[in-house]
Design a protein around this ligand. Structure first.
Ligand SMILES: NC(=O)C1=CN([C@@H]2O[C@H](COP(=O)(O)OP(=O)(O)OC[C@H]3O[C@@H](n4cnc5c(N)ncnc54)[C@H](OP(=O)(O)O)[C@@H]3O)[C@@H](O)[C@H]2O)C=CC1
Ligand SMILES: O=C(O)C1=N[C@H](C(=O)O)C[C@H](O)C1
Length: 250
């Protein structure tokens, strides 16, 4: 039996690529394409089992709650999630009327990016310094990227667990924010450049040495195996799953 899939944000860069990937995947059937202005309802979802959301950080949480209410499982690639918005989804999924529903939210579905986050967290405890540089196409609306935030959080958690203090940094004056955003104590720098798609570099430093971990998504095709995997697996995972690493044997 095939899995019926609706795509929300279907006219966008990711949504349109996901529609094609669903159509090309064995055992998946594209039954609905929704975009801005379309209402989420059992009618418009057209019998979908799973909905995939690639929309906008300002709207994705509302979409997820509406999709749960409409009775579908949800795979989310849209960024902009916080601990608080994750918690609201967890609470919604815990209600009796949402029994059996599942949501997977992942800031990045590309294998190279998921591995970068995993390797960075593993390496972090061994280095005095760690910074994240993300580089994207200039049409991206949010900075830093969701991937960079997740990477920085993973590094920070590993540093804290290892008992490392703050990264060394003698900066006294930075009126224009040249040291970047600071996510859980880890500096994150965002580059927007025509020609790029989605890239990230994690630099880790010790006296006399540096480790660089880099991921490059040159094409949105890189995200599709992860999205298709999540669509296939979401039905079997009740509740909220955060990150594609949870579906891989990492
Ligand atoms: N997890 C991952 O692996 C990846 C995540 N992303 C993330 O996915 C998101 C989308 O990126 P991208 O495809 O490049 O963005 P786009 O702007 O190309 O696409 C978003 C689409 O969603 C539409 N949209 C906006 N609001 C709604 C709504 N309320 N309901 C339905 N559709 C809506 C937009 O319409 P309109 O243009 O009219 O506003 C647009 O067609 C971003 O948050 C990005 O960071 C991107 C790549 C990979
Ligand atoms: O907007 C994008 O393009 C991307 N967004 C995601 C993010 O913010 O991490 C994933 C990937 O970097 C592409």
């Amino acid at each position: 039996m095939s899995i019926a899939v609706a795509v929300v944000g279907a006219a966008g860069r990711m949504g349109s690529t996901v529609c094609q990937a669903v159509q090309d995947a064995d055992g998946l059937e594209l039954v609905a394409r929704l975009d801005i202005g379309d209402t989420v309802s059992a009618d418009t979802l057209n019998g979908a089992d799973v909905a995939v959301d690639f929309t906008h950080p300002s709207t994705t949480e509302d979409n997820v709650h509406a999709l749960i209410d409409a009775g579908v499982d949800v795979v989310v690639g849209t960024t902009g999630w916080t601990d608080e918005s994750y918690e609201r989804v967890r609470e919604h999924l815990a209600r009796p009327e949402a029994a059996g529903r599942s949501v997977i939210i992942a800031p990045n579905f590309a294998l190279s990016a998921v591995l970068t986050m995993s390797f960075a967290a593993k390496a972090a405890r061994y280095f005095e310094s760690a910074e994240v540089i993300e580089l994207h196409h200039p049409n991206k609306v949010d900075a830093p990227s969701g991937t960079a935030i997740a990477t920085a959080r993973g590094i920070a958690a590993a540093r804290a667990e290892a008992g490392l203090g703050p990264v060394p940094d003698a900066t006294e004056t930075d009126p224009d924010g040249a040291r970047g955003a600071v996510v859980d104590g880890v500096h994150v720098h965002a580059v927007r450049l025509r020609g790029l798609t989605a890239h990230e570099e994690v630099v880790l430093g010790n006296p006399g040495e540096q480790l660089t971990i880099r991921t490059d998504s040159f094409d949105r095709a890189s995200f599709m195996p992860g999205v298709v995997l999540a669509v296939r697996e979401v039905g079997g995972r009740e509740g909220l799953t955060i990150g594609l690493d949870r579906l891989l044997d990492l």
